[in-house]
Design a protein around this ligand. Sequence first.
Ligand SMILES: Nc1ncnc2c1ncn2[C@@H]1O[C@H](COP(=O)(O)OP(=O)(O)OP(=O)(O)O)[C@@H](O)[C@H]1O
Ligand SMILES: [Mg+2]
Length: 244
Amino acid sequence: MSELVIEGLHAEIDGKEILKGVTLCIKSGEIHAVMGPNGAGKSTLSHVIMGHPKYAVTKGDIKLDGESILGLSPDKRAKKGIFMSFQYPAEVPGVSIGSFLRNAYNAVSGKEVPVLEFQKFVKEKSEMLGIKQDFIKRGLNEGFSGGEKKKCEILQLAVLSPKMAILDETDSGLDVDALRIVSEGINRIKSAAGMGVMLITHYNRILKHVRPDFVHIMRDGRIVQSGEGDLAVEIEERGYASMG
Ligand SMILES: Nc1ncnc2c1ncn2[C@@H]1O[C@H](COP(=O)(O)OP(=O)(O)OP(=O)(O)O)[C@@H](O)[C@H]1O
Ligand SMILES: [Mg+2]
């Protein structure tokens, strides 16, 4: 059982305060959707959780299983079991998905898994997710469509099997089939590994597949409303104007 606790978090970038007191607690096996208008600070929150060096935390704390992670570098946070997807994943020419995944796995686990053993492991995970084997041999994000990048992220999530996953707009630009693969992937990994999920999204459609336990609305650097899944439906119907 793991717990990610964000307590009264304030953070700034280039001297401008973006997060103005965010409090949130995510436990293993829970899915928390974070919604809110453009510029509310959702991506900032995910970068600050991961320890992006451009952001300075000025107040509050982030704890994983009772211990503050604020003093840890991003790779140490990843080793502790926090995973983050990126809104705009990078292209790394010449590195296959398979070797990228193996490097990531070795770095996070601190083990050196033999290539063949790792290939078998990735094959199992990709079969679980319905991702074809040819895909793994391709260069990381090289010429990938938006949906292929997202599938790659989900495969990475399955391989690393973190305690907590922060997924920033993993659903944007997906066609219905890719949305299903990604959503079912999140559900399967969640039930297999019991991870907690922070799912940042603009759309209720992914929440029909990945049922959130909680929905939080962020606005101007704060969580202004929290509720259950029906809050996302309400937002779709009425917009953010009526909130907070
Ligand atoms: N270097 C910077 N200097 C000043 N303000 C910045 C800087 N970087 C980001 N911001 C501002 O921080 C705010 C929060 O941005 P963030 O990317 O966290 O929003 P978001 O909620 O993820 O929005 P979206 O839904 O569009 O992805 C925005 O108003 C943005 O302009
Ligand atoms: Mg964003």
